[in-house]
Ligand binder design. Structure first.
Ligand SMILES: [Zn+2]
Ligand SMILES: [Zn+2]
Length: 261
């Protein structure tokens, strides 16, 4: 599997000289594996995904907050009828996924109704996506703790696993199920929008801390952990300082990062 990060900023896209290193695009993580291109979330980073004409592209949405869907209609390749993309989510029924995306990208919020006008955009129930991938991959999901809900995903190929947990406000009652879900993953994407100190004032906002990732991995033992959903105000300098203090196996996500999982 190959991971390409197109967006790792939390909550809203940001653009300034002080955020260029880690990037200002919101959540979009692309995994290329075998014949598939599997994209987790369509934040503003989605505009930079190279949609494949030869492989099936899947877009799995964690939830519908702006920063996870806002990029969908801004990828010019989406307007090429040859680029088929299958949108799905384990968060809710597929009809609700379709209705929500259609509402978001149509009047009065958007100039055209992309769902009605682009026949290359398909919607498929999550269990049908699981079946479609089944031959060589396994895809599973887990409910996360986030206002309005969010979904975590695990993609597994033989003994290699990629786990995407964004957005989530970690609470003790999740420890057992999340640990089992992410156990020994080769790569874990963790919503670490806040520091532990900041989190004290942000209860109920739906995000976790960087320190919680470190604590979580004592038992979960993932081989590599990328912290993501960086707070929009966090400068490169501040993120560099955070990165310097991280233990081995931990790193911060940044736009443009590519790695083999
Ligand atoms: Zn978010
Ligand atoms: Zn959210």
């Amino acid at each position: 599997m190959k991971l390409s990060i197109h967006g790792c900023r939390g909550s809203t896209a940001t653009s300034s000289r002080s955020t260029q290193k880690y990037g200002g695009n919101t959540s979009c993580f692309e995994v290329s594996v075998d014949n598939h291109q599997i994209i987790f979330d369509a934040g503003s980073g989605f505009q930079n995904v190279e949609l494949s004409k030869t492989r099936v592209s899947f877009l799995l949405l964690s939830h519908f907050h702006h920063d996870h869907v806002q990029g969908l209609a801004f990828n010019p390749q989406l307007f090429d009828p040859k680029n088929e993309i299958i949108i799905s989510s384990a968060l809710c029924e597929i009809e609700i996924v379709k209705k929500t995306i259609q509402k978001y990208f149509s009047s009065p919020y958007f100039p055209i109704d992309i769902v009605s006008s682009l026949s290359n955009i398909k919607f498929l129930p999550f269990n049908a996506v699981q079946k479609k991938l089944e031959a060589n991959l396994s895809l599973s999901s887990i409910p996360l703790n986030h206002p309005g809900g969010s979904t975590g995903y695990k993609l597994k190929q033989k003994n290699t696993s990629f786990v995407y947990l964004c957005d989530n406000e970690f609470e003790e009652h999740q420890r057992k199920t999340l640990t089992t879900f992410a156990k020994n993953a080769d790569l874990l994407i963790w919503d670490g929008m806040f520091t532990e100190k900041e989190l004290a004032d942000k209860k109920g906002w739906g995000h976790s801390s960087i320190e919680q990732a470190i604590d979580f991995n004592i038992e979960t033992k993932c081989k590599k952990i990328l912290i993501t959903h960086h707070a929009p105000h966090r400068s490169d300098k501040e993120l560099d300082q955070i990165a310097d203090g991280l233990p081995e196996l931990f790193a911060l996500s940044n736009d443009g990062l590519e790695m083999e999982v």
